[in-house]
Each structure stands twice: as structure tokens, then as C-alpha cells.
Design a protein around this ligand. Structure first.
Ligand code: FAD
Length: 607
């Protein structure tokens, strides 16, 4: 077994991982990035709409307004110290990306162009503001390419197509990870002083999702199994506009450019649910509105979808009605949303400049994950105790700057702001210390578990369990929830976990590029995260942000201005479903902005 030694190991080569690697390396650390995908295939590359920063290039804007929108959008569950950092440092981070060569769209004066996005307003909710900086509808692609080039320039070492399957702890310190080299099936030990997880989300828990096949929550599951609690797992965001049945995302930028949602009566129904900012209300609000329209029989052709309309004819009618002078033409749509038009023409045979697009909510973003402080250090309890040597950033982490519901464009900000902070913190941390020793046989446990999966000759192929998990989570732990449905999903997941243990069937027993074994292992991760999401959701007896309960419709600030921390017994395999989770709700939400400013205190959210 090969052992490698790097001061800082970064797992994941999306926006968060690359930013962290870049800064750890600039700070003088010897850095390796391990990625199961070739770096520029990471999901960050699919981010379409933009990255939020209060640059004020087209109209007045301030970081404090950005912070207000983020706290309100997150339904007051976000930690306000983290939100403050996010909104303040966004500006500098975006300008830094520009200086690295990121080709942002421009205003006629040559500044970075900005557009509207859901929940982003000026002057504490007064009216929508243009805050999303964009490079057409390929902003994430450009961020990824730019950061990858910078890392290459900085001589960061990449281990591409290496799949991390365990984290190594020794005496309460994180000392590295174990990875499979996909091309050979060999295990490698990576011994480090600091390890940062940036493995992205787990949308593949649900059947309709905007997330790539690779988003199976590996980093979160690996940490969870080694004793790190997961925070706020009940908060999972459904994006309102996925292509009907396929889940492929249609960016909120479409509505930012003036697009509107329409039901089967031709009504712009968001006027009813959010009279003030209408189609640009935050995502949880819009997703629920779509579900309600469908439930009340106003889906298109009686089916479970509605229309998203960006045809210049419709948009201009509403712009005129609102007294706006701006008009939309076909060329602008083609220029600003090229990829979206391409998706719809290719996959649906629908031309969005001539006809509306059929859409439904799609599982999109994990607000919860590995708890960290604002320097991306992993914290393991309600007292903010740091786990030495372990860091997390990006979607896998829960800082928590998104609270109960993330605003559009704030994830890309999160990646660069907290990725950068994590990179800097690791560079400092590794300077003064020696490598902590590895435990004896660090790979023994996971080697045995992989061998068990490889040799499984039961009666159920992984795909069967995966579909069953996705179906039950969609039904019970989706946009709307109530006790019986969540309990049923939880029971089903536990049964699936036990079948995963006892009845799995693997066809391919080879070593090279054995996707059969790896995908089964990923399914185990999804099952662990699905179970923790369902259990956390059952435990929270209120509605807040993306967690909307029909049996507890009100937000309860008396009892629930706290984060959920869920822990499971240590062990590498899904544990067959013992109901042995521990849930801790003593971690209070940071409300430091509210201490000096009334406007940041929780109030009923309306748009
Ligand atoms: C379609 C779509 C559009 C979006 N649009 C926007 C937008 O416009 N604005 C916005 O702010 N947000 C947007 N988001 C959200 C945002 O893009 C993601 O939250 C963000 O890119 C996640 O970045 P990340 O660096 O955390 O992880 P990712 O970019 O997902 O990268 C994860 C990395 O981890 C690696 N990895 C995972 N598991 C392992 C393992 N076991 N071993 C080794 N490596 C591993 C992968 O290889 C990959 O390199 C969008 C998301 C989607 C899905």
C-alpha cells in the first residue's frame, strides 16, 4: 500500500476545494488535491446564474443589505457572524476572481455586469436589486476553469480519479485519508497535518434532482461514520425550476431577466404568494407555491408541472404593467441564457424564446452538513470544540451562513469566501507542528468493508435500493412534510440499510475502474445521509425555511432558534438500522448582528 505525505490534503476539486488548495499553497504549505472526478468536471462547473456580491455596479448596494437578505432568506437560522463574513468578503473575492482572469459579462462602462436573483433586495427588502455577477449562464464553469489554472500555476499536486473512502483519526486528531485509485483498485494512504473536505452535496438522495450522479455526499458520510456530527440535515433545498421529470436545473437567472411562472389558467400565480417581489421570492417560498398550485388542480394539463415563461412577448407585457421602461428582446435572451436555451431545445424540443418551459421543483442544495466555524475548522459539539486537523468548506460544510434556506448565488460566494479562509487557516496551522503519527494499519477497516461489498452475492442489486430510497425520500422528506410520511421514509431507509448489509449483489469483482463496487459504496453514503435527514426532520416540530411541516405550520422561535446536531455510532458500514442516533439541539443560532440592529431580529417572513 502506498503512503503519501502532504502537509495539507484537500478532498474535492470543486470551487471550494480549489480555492482552499490555492490559498494553502500560497501560504507555503505542501498541498495535494484528491478528486474522484477530473477537477473541471466538478459540479461547480454547472452553476449557471451567478455569484452574489454587493458591488453596486448598476445600482446602489451594500454588504449589510446582502447580509439582511441572507439572514431573512435563511429564515433566521443562519449564524449571523458567518453571514457577516460572507457578505463583506464577497466583494473582495469576486474582484479577486476577476483579477485572476475570470471573463465576467460587462456593463457598457466595462464593469462586472450584475442581475437580479431571488431574495436579493436593496434597503432591507424594499425592492429587487442587481447583485448576481455572471458570465452568461456559465458562471460556475468559468470559476472552476479559472481556479484550476491558478492551482496548476501554483504547482498544486492533483490526484485525479482517486476516490476517498475513509478519514484517519488518531487520538482525536485528523491525520489523513484513505483513497482508492480508480484505475487500479489499489488503496492509498494520505498522511497529512491538515485535511479539508470539499466534496459537495448529496442531491442523489432524491429522485428528481439538479445534482450530477457523482453527488453522493461521500465526505459528509465518511466524517459522520468517524464521529463527526451532521448539522441541520433537515434543511434541504428544492429549487423551484427543474425541467419537468428530468430535474435539470433552469437557473433563477431566467426569472432575474424577467421570466414568470404561469399556471394552467394563464395566471402569474406568484402575485398571490409574494405580492412584493413575486417570482423572485426565495426558493422555499416559490417551490411551495408551485406545489400548492399543482395540488389545487392548476398544474398544466392537470399534471404536476407549471410553466416558466421567458418569451419576450409575455415578459414585456409584465414589464409594461409594472411601469418599467426596460424591454426584453430575443437577442438578449440568446446572449444571456445560451445554455438554458440549448438544454430546452435539446432535451425537450421546446424553444424558450417562442414557448414556455414545463418545470417542477427539483432537489438542489444541502444547507446542512459538517459543522464548521468561520475559518472552516470542523467543530464537533454545541460548545464549538474544534477537531484538530480537520476542515470543511463548500456545500459539504455547514458554517452556517445559509440557515434554513440558501439564497441563489450565495453558494458560489460561500465556496470562494470560506474556501479561501480554510486554505489560509491550514497554511498557518501546519507551520508550527509536526505530523501526528498514523495509527497502526490505518486502512484495515475500510479494506475489509470494500472487500465485503466486492464479494456480495445476495439478491438485490444496488440500483434497486437506490431507486427505493429516492422514491421514499421524495414522498416523505420533500417540499412538504408531516410526521407519518417522515416516519414511513425513515422506516423504509432503515430497511434498505439492512438489505444493503445482508442482501447486496455485486456483479463486477474486478479491481480496475470497478464502478459497480464504488457506486455501491456511494449508495451506502446516501443511505446514511438520507436517514440522518429524515431523523432530523422528524425531530424538528416547526416549519422554517426549506423544512415545511403540515402538522407544525408555524415557525417557533421560542424553542427552535437552535441548530440540530445528529450523531451516529462509529462504524464504516450502514449499521443495519438500529435506532441509535443522538440528536442534540443545544447549539444556539448566533445572532450577533441582531444585538446592535433590530432589523436582524427574527420576524415573520413575507415578500
Ligand atoms: C445545476 C446547478 C446549478 C447551480 N447554480 C448555482 C448558481 O448559479 N449560483 C450558486 O451560488 N450556486 C449554484 N449552485 C450550487 C453550487 O454550484 C454548488 O453548491 C457548489 O458548486 C458546490 O461546490 P463544492 O466545491 O462544494 O463541490 P463540487 O463542485 O460539487 O465538487 C465536489 C468535488 O468533490 C470531489 N469528491 C466528491 N466525493 C469525493 C470522494 N469520495 N473522493 C474524492 N473526491 C471526491 C469531486 O470529484 C469534486 O471535485 C448550482 C448547483 C447545481 C447543481
Amino acid at each position: 500500500m502506498k503512503t503519501h505525505q502532504y502537509e495539507a490534503v484537500v478532498v474535492g476539486a470543486g470551487g471550494a476545494g480549489l480555492m482552499a488548495a490555492l490559498y494553502a499553497s500560497k501560504g507555503g504549505a505542501k498541498v495535494a488535491v484528491i478528486s474522484k472526478l477530473y477537477p473541471t468536471r466538478s459540479h461547480t462547473g454547472t452553476a449557471q446564474g451567478g455569484i452574489g456580491a454587493a458591488l453596486g455596479n448598476l445600482e446602489e448596494d451594500k454588504p449589510l443589505w446582502h447580509a439582511y437578505d441572507t439572514v431573512k432568506g435563511g429564515d433566521y437560522l443562519a449564524d449571523q457572524n458567518a453571514v457577516h463574513v460572507l457578505a463583506e468578503e464577497a466583494i473582495d473575492a469576486v474582484i479577486e476572481l476577476e483579477h485572476m482572469g475570470l471573463p465576467f459579462d460587462r456593463t457598457p462602462e466595462g464593469r462586472i455586469s450584475q442581475r437580479r436573483f431571488g431574495g436579493h433586495t436593496s434597503n432591507f427588502g424594499e425592492k429587487p436589486v442587481r447583485r448576481a455577477c455572471h458570465a452568461a449562464d456559465r458562471t460556475g464553469h468559468m470559476i472552476l476553469q479559472t481556479l484550476y489554472q491558478q492551482c496548476i500555476k501554483q504547482n498544486v499536486k492533483f490526484f485525479d480519479e482517486f476516490h476517498v473512502i475513509d478519514v484517519i483519526m488518531n487520538g482525536g486528531v485528523c491525520v489523513g485519508v484513505i483513497a482508492v485509485e480508480l484505475g487500479t483498485g489499489e488503496l492509498h494512504v494520505f498522511h497529512s497535518k491538515a485535511t479539508l473536505f470539499a466534496t459537495g452535496g448529496w442531491g442523489r438522495v432524491w429522485s428528481v434532482t439538479s445534482n450530477a450522479h457523482s453527488l453522493t455526499g461521500d465526505g459528509a458520510a465518511v466524517a459522520f461514520r468517524r464521529g463527526v456530527p451532521m448539522q441541520d440535515m433537515e434543511f434541504y433545498q428544492f429549487h423551484p425550476t427543474g425541467i419537468y421529470r428530468m430535474g435539470i436545473l433552469i437557473t433563477e437567472g431566467v426569472r432575474g431577466e424577467g421570466g414568470v411562472l404561469i399556471n394552467n389558467r394563464g395566471e402569474r400565480f406568484m402575485e398571490k404568494y409574494a405580492p412584493n417581489i413575486k417570482d423572485l421570492a426565495s426558493r422555499d417560498v416559490v417551490s411551495r407555491a408551485i406545489y400548492l398550485e399543482i395540488r389545487e388542480g392548476r398544474g398544466i394539463k392537470g399534471k404536476d408541472y407549471v410553466y416558466l415563461d421567458i418569451t419576450p412577448e409575455t415578459v414585456n407585457r409584465y414589464l409594461a404593467e409594472a411601469g418599467e421602461t426596460r424591454r426584453l428582446d430575443r437577442e438578449t435572451v440568446e446572449k444571456k441564457l445560451p445554455d438554458i436555451l440549448d438544454f430546452c431545445r435539446t432535451y425537450l424540443g421546446v424553444d424558450p424564446v417562442k414557448e414556455p418551459m414545463p418545470i417542477q421543483p427539483t432537489a438542489h442544495y444541502a444547507m446542512g452538513g459538517i459543522p464548521t466555524n468561520v475559518d472552516a475548522e470542523v467543530v464537533i459539539d454545541d460548545k464549538w470544540t474544534v477537531l484538530p486537523g480537520m476542515y470543511a468548506a463548500g456545500e459539504v460544510a455547514c458554517v452556517s451562513c445559509h440557515g434554513a434556506n440558501r439564497l441563489g448565488t450565495n453558494s458560489l460566494v460561500d465556496l470562494v469566501v470560506f474556501g479561501r479562509r480554510g486554505g489560509k487557516a491550514m497554511a498557518e496551522y501546519v507551520k508550527g507542528i509536526d505530523y501526528s503519527p498514523l495509527p497502526a494499519n490505518p486502512a484495515a477497516d475500510i479494506e475489509a468493508e470494500i472487500a465485503r461489498i466486492r464479494g456480495s452475492k445476495g439478491g438485490t442489486r444496488p440500483g434497486v435500493l437506490r431507486s427505493a430510497m429516492q422514491k421514499t425520500m421524495m414522498e416523505g422528506v420533500g417540499v412538504f412534510r408531516e410526521e407519518a410520511g417522515m416516519q414511513k421514509s425513515l422506516d423504509t431507509i432503515r430497511e434498505l440499510k439492512s438489505r444493503f448489509q445482508t442482501d447486496l449483489h455485486i456483479d463486477d469483482t474486478g479491481m480496475k475502474f470497478n464502478t459497480d463496487v464504488i457506486e455501491a459504496w456511494e449508495l451506502g453514503c446516501l443511505l446514511d445521509l438520507a436517514e440522518s435527514a429524515a431523523a432530523s426532520a422528524l425531530n424538528r416540530t416547526e416549519s422554517r425555511g426549506a423544512h415545511s411541516r403540515e402538522d407544525f405550520k408555524q415557525r417557533d422561535d421560542e424553542k427552535w432558534m437552535v441548530h440540530t446536531l445528529i450523531s451516529r455510532p462509529q462504524g464504516l458500514a450502514p449499521d443495519g438500522g438500529a435506532a441509535s442516533f443522538e440528536i442534540n439541539t443545544n447549539k444556539k443560532v448566533d445572532q450577533s448582528l441582531a444585538e446592535s440592529d433590530e432589523r436582524f431580529k427574527p420576524k415573520v417572513r413575507s415578500y
